[in-house]
Design a protein around this ligand. Structure first.
Ligand SMILES: *Cc1c(COP(=O)(O)O)cnc(C)c1O
Length: 329
């Protein structure tokens, strides 16, 4: 944190802003340019001017479509025809399945036996082959690597991948393109793909704009990592923010974040529920718990926002509607 730009060690697999620009070109016509929503009530409550980037309305229901689509688009023709493999029980699975279907790449997703039936069905619905593994007995990374080796599939992880990070950065690029310069952008934070991509875009397009990652209170590994200057690994955090139950940042996301991210803050599950309710009542939108992290930080004072122009990324909307109703009811 706070190092001059010169201290960045050049590494070919850590993306730069130019890669975000290239991703935006690839996503043209494939990803939705999601709306930027405002709310007088939210502004009155916080004393800020808040701009909500509604990635809950993105294709396949989250920003993950951006990185997944870009990573497949970056493959050469032969590799794309052989196909890709990912392991995820969450939004990356659906994103990679849809992105592969749109680009003619066969997709295999490795999912745990206890993944929600709805998510397995959604992933299959986009044409992907789902390989089920026992999360207590088998190692999904080993399965992914074996499938990759046996079938020549490109392994596309959910965050620690240059083309994935660059794709995620296109959401902030669109946001700033619409709002003009911002003082601050808040990003929902799990493994850091969205936050590091956002930081690349903000640094180039709105100099002086601070980027802050927001993670669940139960799993503050990113905050610990930035404070310590090394990647800290934690046990799987117990939180309703299931898209942020990551145990460690990636090598690439950490490298970008330590140079470009101003701070990491946390919010509680109760604050996430309050935020889900607020966004439903006031903005009339369904945002999943993980997708509320950034908004909760603004609405609950985890970050001082008064008097500032603040971008808030609503990262996803994939939540079982009955579960949503129980949580906000
Ligand atoms: C994956 C995900 C996140 C976390 O993104 P990272 O790139 O892993 O930090 C946040 N919100 C939603 C809705 C997600 O699906």
């Amino acid at each position: 944190m706070g190092h001059p730009a010169e201290t960045i060690v050049p590494a070919p697999d850590v993306p730069a802003f130019e890669d975000v620009v290239q991703a935006a070109r690839r996503l043209e016509g494939a990803a939705h340019k999601t709306p930027v929503l405002t709310s007088r009530t939210a502004d009155a409550r916080t004393g800020a001017r808040l701009f909500f980037k509604a990635e809950n309305l993105q294709r396949a229901g989250s920003f993950k479509f951006r990185g997944a689509y870009n990573a497949i688009a970056a493959l050469d023709e032969a590799a794309r025809r052989r196909g890709v493999v990912a392991f995820s029980s969450g939004n990356h699975a659906q994103a990679i399945a849809l992105a592969g279907q749109l680009q003619g790449a066969p997709v295999v997703v490795v999912m745990p036996h206890d993944a929600p039936a709805m998510k397995v069905a959604a992933t299959r619905g986009y044409g992907a082959e789902v390989v089920i593994y026992d999360r207590y007995k088998e190692d999904r990374e080993a399965i992914g690597r074996r499938l990759s080796a046996e079938r020549g599939l490109a392994l596309i992880p959910p965050f620690d991948h240059a083309d994935v990070i660059a794709g995620q950065g296109t959401a902030a690029m669109e946001l700033i393109g619409e709002t003009g310069p911002l003082d601050l952008i808040l990003a929902c934070l799990g493994g850091g793909g969205l936050t590091s991509g956002t930081a690349l875009a903000a640094h180039a397009l709105s100099p002086g704009c601070r980027v802050i990652g927001v993670e669940p209170e139960a799993g503050d590994d990113a905050r610990q990592s930035l404070n310590r200057g090394e990647i800290v690994q934690i046990p799987v955090p117990q939180t309703i923010a299931d898209g942020a139950q990551t145990t460690a940042l990636g090598r690439r996301t950490f490298a970008i974040m330590r140079e470009r991210v101003a701070d990491v803050v946390t919010v509680s599950d109760a604050q996430l529920v309050d935020t889900m309710r607020f966004l439903a009542e006031r903005l009339k939108i369904v945002v999943e718990p993980t997708g509320c992290l950034a908004a909760a930080a603004a609405l609950h004072g985890a970050v001082p926002v008064e008097g500032k122009r603040v971008g808030v990324i609503l990262s996803g909307g994939n939540v079982d509607i009955a579960a949503f109703a129980r949580m906000v009811g």
